[in-house]
Design a protein around this ligand. Sequence first.
Ligand code: 2P0
Length: 374
Amino acid sequence: MAVYEATASAPVNIACIKYWGKRDTKLILPTNSSLSVTLDQDHLRSTTTSRADPSFTEDRLWLNGKEEEIKEGGRTATCIAEMKRLRKQEVEDKQPNEPKVKNHPHHAPQILRSDHLGLQLSTHHVHIASFNNFPTAAGLASSASGFAALVSSLAQLYKLPVSPSTLSLIARQGSGSACRSLFGGFVAWEQGTLPDGSDSLAVEVAPQSHWPDMHALICVVSDDKKGTSSTSGMQRTVETSPLLQHRIKHVVPQRMADISAAIRARDFDKFAEITMRDSNQFHAVALDTEPPIFYMNDVSRAIIALIVEYNRVSVEKGLGRKAAYTYDAGPNAVIYTLKENVKEIVELILKYFPQREGAFKDVFGLLGGVDVAK
Ligand code: 2P0
């Protein structure tokens, strides 16, 4: 008997311009555009297998070996339903003569199925198993790689010839930042303006090959589960922070344009300046939320001080900034730097935080996007 199964994996992405705030919580439409780098590293990935079978009686999901409920109308259910809808549409689109059949009852019968399972496959229930090879909910964006891998595995299962941007529209409804993990390299999530969200999607700014020397170091300060989830934290920010309104209108649009230009020009100094400023402002709007949200801790702030000093010396020598820190909804630092500085920075961090040796991961080569296991 044929088995309908596909596996795909997707890496984590780390934002330089942060997504924080939704204008539509159901469709997951953001209050500002964002931009990230997709990490290409075996250590930070979700790998997901989807299987469709006529004997399955319901859709089911396992995360790291533990079954999770698929809540009706929830994010996972929405992504699965959207992928089934695309499959149905794809099969129907392959039947260009179908309307003729309907309009002309005497017309010869048409072959209505592109493969023997055709529409049927989209009506089967699916079982989905996903594994992360890194701590979940520790500010390392597991939902981003998770939903990107889920949507990619279903696209593969349903043999959908769709672009990563189209898939990003669906991954976005699983978790906003997931839409950016459909591409490797440098990726923008354009916020869009349409109420149905059809223009709120991920686009490639530049592939990894454009700037292969760009590296990211992940300093795992803590892999505890974070205190305030991104989803609830950002909504509280939308409801209470006047600074967020300023950020949305007057800061992010210019930064998106400037950082895209810096990436195209491989201008690390500018890239670093914007990345650090945007991390700072994201944490400022978290602090401006009522009640305030703190994601960084004393170690996070000490790493900032170290990078600031490192850059000061470099700028003084006329070399420009050589490193950029950025922090998400947790205390862990991500440091972007060029390949030539990786060794120096690792040594510096280990000198000042020797107790953290072993908790410090080096993430090489930011290629990535989704690669599909055969
Ligand atoms: C980002 N973060 O741009 C920002 C920076 C955290 C800080 O995207 O509610 O987990 O699932 O859409 O995608 C975290 O938000 O939130 C996030 P939902 P998500 O990477």
